[in-house]
Design a protein around this ligand. Structure first.
Ligand code: ZN
Ligand code: ZN
Length: 354
């Protein structure tokens, strides 16, 4: 089914239009990425509004929508009201998770249609990916894998976390990344116990763990991976913790298939870490979905009640974080299939000593 048809399937007598304001839903519905704009979807017609900076690209790339330019004399609300009148729309489903209060107030006071919060339904379609979306995610992941193998040859004791982060970003772009799916996390030594630490001026030393969590955008789709490597050598305790995280991740991946709940996958991984005595040092969830955004629903965490379906994706990222000492996280991205999953992250997971 075309994505626009999925959106149209949400419409009925109560809600006869959709107001698409987020970049993600506009990208999804139009199957073309324009960073700024607004779109309206109805069974009588669909219109996409953007300004002079993007109008030429929008007119060339967007299918299924009439593309119209907004400017000072023709603000979004005026153009939307024209569409509301032309298409006879009375109620618009909108994405309450993606509007500021100021934006909502402007739409609510100016539009000649009722606004109905429908973010869960609008974004819900994005959970099960089409083949072409998975292709983009595979490509994003392949770029990320290449960047990882390259960065491993550049890590040296004596460089700072910030310097390593800059090198990593260079490798991500050089290998084909079209953007970063988020600011890469690069932490070393005792800073690796901070699951989402920020790179500092700390100088990397022999005997450190380094955790790097990073990803790129490819045609708007995100990759996300984490590897922890050791500089020069690893102590027995470092090896034990690393192997525990790896075994937990493998247990989670083994439990990953369509038909299971997110929380069951989390539990399979968490059990390995708990059995090894590190349960209280794994504070976050095992995995999250991703696609146009790096964090999407559904989640594979202890409260994940969603029954997973083929074509969904999840990160697989258990970790152990020992405050003041070190931490380890290993993260891949997998695609759910009927009887298991496909891991699209190809980088090795044995403990790499650089
Ligand atoms: Zn990550
Ligand atoms: Zn992640």
């Amino acid at each position: 089914m075309k994505n626009l048809e999925k959106y149209l399937s949400l419409l009925n007598e109560e809600v006869d239009g959709l107001l698409l304001t987020s970049r993600y839903s506009r990208h999804y519905g139009a199957e073309y990425d324009i960073s700024e704009g607004v779109a309206i979807v109805s069974k009588k017609g669909c219109r996409y509004f953007t300004d002079s900076r993007y109008i030429e690209a929008a007119q060339k790339g967007i299918k299924g929508f009439e593309v119209i330019m907004t400017d000072r004399e023709h603000p979004f609300t005026l153009l939307l009201n024209e569409a509301i009148a032309d298409f006879g729309v009375t109620a618009l489903g909108y994405e309450e998770d993606y509007l500021t209060v100021a934006e909502f107030n402007a739409y609510e006071s100016k539009l000649n249609a009722k606004l109905i919060p429908m973010n869960a339904q609008i974004s819900g379609f994005r959970a099960v990916k089409e083949d072409w979306e998975l292709e983009n995610m595979r490509k994003a992941q392949a770029i990320t894998d290449k960047a990882f193998s390259e960065i491993c040859t550049r890590i040296k004791a004596g460089m700072t976390e910030k310097e390593l982060q800059a090198e990593l970003i260079y490798c991500l772009y050089k290998n084909g990344g079209e953007g970063l799916s988020f600011d890469p996390i690069v932490v070393s030594g005792p800073n690796t116990s901070l699951p989402h630490g920020v790179a500092t001026d700390r100088v990397i030393q022999t005997g450190d763990f380094i955790t790097m969590d990073f990803g790129v955008l490819y045609h708007g789709y995100c990759s996300d991976m984490t590897r922890t490597v050791a500089v020069g050598y690893a102590t027995d305790e470092m090896k034990t913790v690393y192997n525990t995280v790896l075994q937990a991740q493998l247990a989670g991946i083994a439990a990953t298939r369509a038909g299971v709940k997110g929380k069951e996958i989390d539990a399979a991984a968490r059990k390995v870490i708990e059995d090894a005595g590190y349960g209280s040092y794994f504070g976050h969830g095992y995995g999250h979905s991703l696609g146009l955004e790096v964090h999407e629903a559904p989640n594979c965490n202890p409260s994940g009640e969603t029954v997973m379906e083929a074509g969904m994706v999840s990160s697989a990222e258990p970790g152990i974080y020992l405050p003041g000492k070190f931490g380890v996280r290993i993260e891949d991205v997998v695609i759910f299939t009927a009887d298991g999953c496909k891991n699209i992250t190809k980088s090795p997971k044995n403990l790499i000593i650089v």
